[in-house]
Ligand binder design. Structure first.
Ligand code: NAD
Length: 428
């Protein structure tokens, strides 16, 4: 039996619904390959806990707004739940569930002792003042307080949240506990127990995965990056540092392009421009490019590092990059995935390519639990070890069983979680 995907009418298909359908499809394929029984498939397809909360926010002008927030723990069979918190107006319970499910397989794939979770608030953080954002964050945390904790569920940054958000979460939780609890979140400022190397960890992992998948020297390899946020900007930087020519990047404000023959983009300069002006648009040392064209450029490597559903069956036939490394979660729909594979492209899947973030989050949590800290060199060695061994396991599994890298990564991740369930048995 295949996993049941709830029925849908076209009017109700949101980005989140599509993401959840993709996640269930990938689970279904892996479960089929592993020969899992129907009961276990249903357990794995269903979140363990799912909480929707209303978050009242007092605005600066005295008005009271109410926004919806979510926290989903998809699976905790291998350890505490772990996953980011997203502030984005399009976030819904389906998207958060899909992201939590991907976290479960990701943690299992890279061999860290966590289950998967995700949180979100359906809000545009750029439309709130800093004080409104702080009040909203603290109230949201208060609403989900019974679920989170260093031994239960540990949030981290995602789209629209950052170190400051994590500091407010840590403080809110600590005030309620009556003492400081740094291990309740990762991706904190280093002054509060954040790990050295965490802010660039996802991007460093994307760089490691890209170089491993390239299988040749990076000098002169052309790269386009969609999304110039926490993951995309530093992934572009690290790949440029390694010798690649990053020729195009985009964010919500626009896309910019500089040909490889002109040396590609100066990423350090562009990062300064984007942080001073709020985006890449208007950068004078490159040409403007229509947003959609970035995905279809004639480059060696394409890195989608923005949101889900960027590569669909509509644009996949026009994607010319031979290597796609998913910095974002769920950027490729299953239909697009089939088209890319049929066209001979290699896709390094999200649960492998962007796992550097949760790996260093885990290292941060270990340091917090021991009240100890490692040097950035120690953190980077451990990150590299875990990323490289996960990459080679996925590659070997794909070659041995004739699978794509995504299928192999899911077979390993889902297989480990299924095994944990089988070993633990069912209570009562
Ligand atoms: P972010 O909010 O820092 O950045 C998101 C970027 O995407 C912004 O630059 C935004 O302008 C851009 N963007 C949004 N829509 C776009 C569009 N249509 N075209 C081009 N650019 C667009 O978020 P982030 O933390 O960098 O996360 C990006 C992705 O990486 C998400 O899928 C997230 O789940 C995933 N991820 C993040 C982490 C992490 O540590 N932050 C870890 C693993 C995976």
């Amino acid at each position: 039996m295949s996993i049941m995907v709830p029925s849908k009418t076209p009017a109700l298909i949101t980005v989140g619904r599509q993401a959840l359908d993709s996640a269930l499809h990938q689970l279904d394929q892996a479960a089929e390959h592993l020969g899992l029984d129907d009961g276990l498939r249903t357990v794995l397809a269903t979140p363990r806990r799912s909480l929707t909360v209303s978050v009242p926010v007092r605005r600066e002008d005295g008005r009271l707004d109410v926004v919806q927030g979510f926290r989903v723990q998809h699976n905790v069979s291998r350890g505490p739940a772990k996953g980011g918190i997203r502030f984005h107006p399009g976030t819904d319970i389906h998207e958060v569930t899909a992201l939590a499910m991907w976290m479960t397989w990701k943690c299992a794939l890279v061999g860290i002792p966590y289950g998967g979770a995700k949180g979100g608030v359906a809000v545009d953080p750029t439309r709130l003042s800093t004080r409104e954002l702080e009040r909203m964050t603290r109230r949201y945390v208060n609403e989900i307080l019974p679920l989170i904790g260093p031994e239960k569920d540990i949030p981290a940054p995602d789209v629209g949240t950052d170190e400051q958000t994590m500091a407010w979460i840590m403080d809110t939780y600590s005030v309620s506990a009556g003492y400081s609890v740094p291990g309740v979140v990762t991706g904190k400022p280093t002054t509060l127990g954040g790990s050295l190397g965490r802010s660039g960890a996802t991007s460093r992992g994307v760089q490691i995965a890209t170089l491993a998948a390239l299988g040749r020297a990076p000098e002169g390899v052309t790269v386009a990056v969609q999304g110039f946020g926490k993951v995309g900007a530093l992934a572009a930087q690290y790949l440029a540092d390694a010798g690649c020519k990053v020729v195009a990047v985009s964010d919500i404000t626009g896309a910019v392009y500089a040909s490889a023959s002109s040396g590609g983009l100066d990423i350090a300069r562009l990062r300064t421009w984007a942080s001073e002006t709020g985006g890449v648009s208007g950068y004078r040392h490159a040409d403007a490019l229509p947003l959609d064209e970035l995905l279809e450029l004639d480059v060696d490597v394409l890195i989608p590092a923005a949101l889900e559903g960027a590569i669909t069956e509509a644009n996949a036939p026009r994607v010319r990059a031979r290597l796609i490394v998913e910095g974002a979660n769920g950027p490729t729909t299953p239909e697009a995935d089939e088209i890319l594979t049929a066209n001979g492209a290699t896709v390094v899947p999200d649960i492998l390519a962007n796992a550097g973030g949760v790996i260093v989050s885990y290292l941060e949590w270990v340091q917090n639990m021991q009240a100890y800290s490692w040097s950035s060199g120690e953190v980077e060695v451990k990150l590299r070890d875990l990323m490289e061994s996960a990459f080679s396991e996925v590659k070997s599994m794909a070659a041995a069983r004739g699978l794509t890298l995504r299928q192999a990564a899911h077979v390993i991740g889902v297989g480990r979680v299924a095994e944990a369930h089988q070993m633990r048995g069912l209570y009562p």
